[in-house]
Design a protein around this ligand. Structure first.
Ligand SMILES: *Cc1c(COP(=O)(O)O)cnc(C)c1O
Length: 354
């Protein structure tokens, strides 16, 4: 059976899987809601999206995604407040960044209405899948990949845009130990590090496996040229607190323009926390760890919001961070999640009611 919602056709699943899901014990991104948004690019244009039952897709073996990696994605979250309003956080920024990634990977840019109306329709159809438990949310994964055929190394002529969603619990449990990378890089000047391109993550897995073997959970990426500057933490932006100043690197070809990162910068400023956006050297962080002025390090990204770092390894030496009572990480995380979930005023206009 099909209906039309916000001009978008909705084809409902015959059965719901929702009764099989234990909403009190959700992992991150492990189970998927009943429906997905599907939208195709062919004959030179994007065609109106549809909400369809979540299901496997079939592709030609020569589809260019498999050979040349034209694949980009976004990550967002939906929340429900006390009154069952469906809330998003700065969704237009995700839409804009998807198109920035698209352009860099020679993927045709998507019209805003297809993204926003498609997303809103999907969330209304699967609204029961949005968890209300504190710390939980509906993780939203918009992505585009090349479905066009042929072994010729050139951009595809057909693409698919999908949004699928996964009710999720908290991303990380506990603090992580990280390794400052001295050899490998996740990005380079002129490269695709600023885009959420699938291949960026594939390239991170092996160095991360090596770090895990050494007893760390994540890699701190440094600049590809000198490895002297701290740039990102795994697939998150990184913040360092030296004394009472919060420092993060400037966005560039190599550092992704994270929505959590820029929200933290704005929030910290309004809280009166001194913030510096500038290059961070590995040596100043090591120095600060040695002389006790390094108070906190944390990753920032949609999935975990803020992920505190317990310590780091560098050149076969380990440095522990202090265990503070009141951290910037926990107070800023609370400020952001309170705004996201409508537990606090939103003077910035970040919250978006569906
Ligand atoms: C997605 C991502 C981030 C965080 O971006 P948010 O918009 O805050 O989720 C940071 N770094 C990398 C490499 C990423 O892929």
């Amino acid at each position: 059976m099909s209906t039309i919602v916000n001009d978008i056709e909705v084809i409902k699943a015959n059965h719901t899987k929702i009764h099989d899901i234990d909403f009190n014990n959700l992992k991150f991104g492990h189970v998927f809601s009943d429906h997905m948004l599907e939208c195709d690019y062919k004959d030179g244009k994007w065609h109106t999206p549809k909400v369809v039952p979540y299901a496997p897709i079939s592709l030609d073996p020569s589809a260019k995604i498999f050979h040349y990696g034209q694949s980009i994605f976004e990550g967002m979250k939906a929340y429900k407040d006390e009154d069952d309003n469906i809330l998003l956080f700065r969704p237009l920024d995700n839409f804009k960044r998807l198109n920035i990634s698209a352009k860099r990977l020679a993927i045709p840019e998507l019209p805003e209405a297809f993204f926003m109306d498609g997303l809103k329709t999907l969330l209304k159809v699967d609204s029961d899948w949005i968890p209300k438990k504190e710390g939980s949310s509906l993780y939203i994964r918009p992505f585009i990949f090349a479905t066009g055929k042929g072994f010729h190394a050139s951009p595809a002529d057909e693409y698919k845009f999908i949004i699928s969603t996964a009710p999720s619990g908290a991303y990380f449990a506990g603090k992580v130990k990280v390794l400052i990378e001295e050899k490998y890089s996740r990005s380079a000047n002129g490269g695709v590090g600023f885009a959420k391109a699938g291949g960026n993550y594939a390239g991170q897995f092996y160095p991360t496996q090596l770090a895990v073997k050494k007893g760390y959970q994540q890699v701190i990426w440094t600049d590809d040229n000198t490895h002297e500057y701290i740039e990102e933490a795994g697939a998150m932006n990184i913040f360092v607190r030296i004394n009472d100043t919060l420092i993060t690197g400037p966005t560039s070809d190599r550092i992704l323009d994270g929505i959590t990162r820029k929200s933290i910068i704005e929030l910290a400023k309004t809280e009166g926390i001194p913030v510096e956006v500038r290059k961070i050297t590995v040596s100043e962080v090591v120095e600060a760890a040695k002389n006790g002025t390094l108070k906190e390090m944390f990753g920032a990204g949609t999935a975990a919001v803020i992920s505190p770092i317990a310590g780091f390894g560098y050149k076969n030496e380990d440095f522990d961070l202090p265990e503070l009572e009141n951290t910037f990480a926990s107070s800023l995380k609370k400020r952001i999640t309170d705004i996201q979930t409508n537990k606090a005023e939103d003077p910035f206009g970040w919250r978006y009611k569906v």
